[in-house]
Design a binder for this molecule. Structure first.
Ligand code: PDD
Length: 287
């Protein structure tokens, strides 16, 4: 089925949608994005994604697109037109397309942001069989730029990280800086030891995951202890359980790190429980 996508105020078949070759995101990765998951035809954590988008735009002095207040409607319309039950809505806002390539930001009065949204259909997204077996990760050096809290479209290194993982027979990579894990290539990283969840504290070093915020809240409500601090790969390897979170994977158990099994090498009960709680609560709050 040809998807209907949204580009700058228009709903178009995907093969008719166009963006200029001078678009700042194409030439300079000068764009930000959000991925919102859809379960049962409803948006998960839309408000959190919308707030983070606003923050990303602010941090980069990027003008807020005129369509900002319509974004919820546009998400819903695309979910409806494309008959998405389970999947994702990808949203990208760029600094727009000036007349020529130039490092200097274009005048926001004349150069309006580019806004693109499209859906990704993923039937059974929440019942992924991978959640039952868990994933294997490798560790790689974190060589990304210093503002990882801004959700920019500079995804070359995360993409290379996933390829390095694939080549090593693993599913994903955890990024390590100065001996400490920052996050996964496209997710936040955690381990569990006893009743305690350990994950890196929020700073410019990591993306402030929307799923992270919800999962830590649910964990605390379930009387688990949460410690937000730096941790090493060795600590995570010696833990009882490990997991990642993101809008597209929810809570996903990690069963192996750099070839070493975590716990008994199968998904742990606590991560499985957190996944269940997250999915239940998110479905209830979905809009
Ligand atoms: N990635 N850290 C990084 C580097 C990410 O790219 C993501 C999200 C997360 C998790 O954030 P959230 O819980 O808000 O999805 C953490 C999205 C899913 C992606 O790039 O497809």
């Amino acid at each position: 089925m040809t998807r209907t996508v949204y580009v700058n105020g228009e709903y178009l078949p995907e093969n008719e949608a166009k963006v200029s070759i001078f678009d700042r995101a194409f030439l300079m990765a000068d764009g930000v994005y959000e991925v919102t998951s859809v379960l049962d035809g409803k948006l998960i954590d839309f408000d959190g994604h919308s707030k983070r988008l606003e923050r990303s735009l602010n941090e980069l002095d990027m003008p807020k697109p005129e369509a900002f207040d319509e974004l919820l409607d546009i998400h819903r319309e695309l979910v409806k037109i494309n008959e998405i039950q389970d999947g994702m809505v990808y949203l990208q806002v760029t600094r727009g397309a000036p007349d020529d390539r130039d490092f200097v930001f274009p005048d926001p009065e004349t150069c309006k942001p580019t806004v693109v949204l499209f859906t990704q259909n993923k039937p059974g997204l929440a019942d992924s069989p991978v959640a039952k077996t868990g994933i294997k990760v490798i560790s790689i050096e974190d060589v990304r730029w210093g503002r990882r809290d801004i959700k920019t479209v500079q995804l070359l290194y995360p993409s290379m990280g996933k390829m390095m993982a694939k080549k090593a027979g693993a599913d994903d990579a955890w990024l390590v800086e100065d001996g400490f894990v920052t996050e996964g290539t496209s997710n936040n990283a955690y381990y569990i030891k006893g009743n305690k969840i350990v994950t890196r504290a929020l700073s410019k070093d990591i993306l402030h995951g929307i799923t992270r915020a919800a999962v830590l809240r649910f964990a605390r409500e379930a009387q688990m202890e949460v410690e937000e601090r730096n941790f090493t790969i060795e600590e995570a390897q010696d833990a009882d359980e490990a997991f990642i979170t993101s809008a597209s994977t929810f809570v996903m158990p990690v069963v192996e790190i750099d070839g070493k099994p975590v716990g008994d090498g199968t998904p742990g009960t606590r991560a499985a429980r957190l996944r269940e709680i997250y999915l239940d609560e998110s479905r209830k709050a979905a809009i």
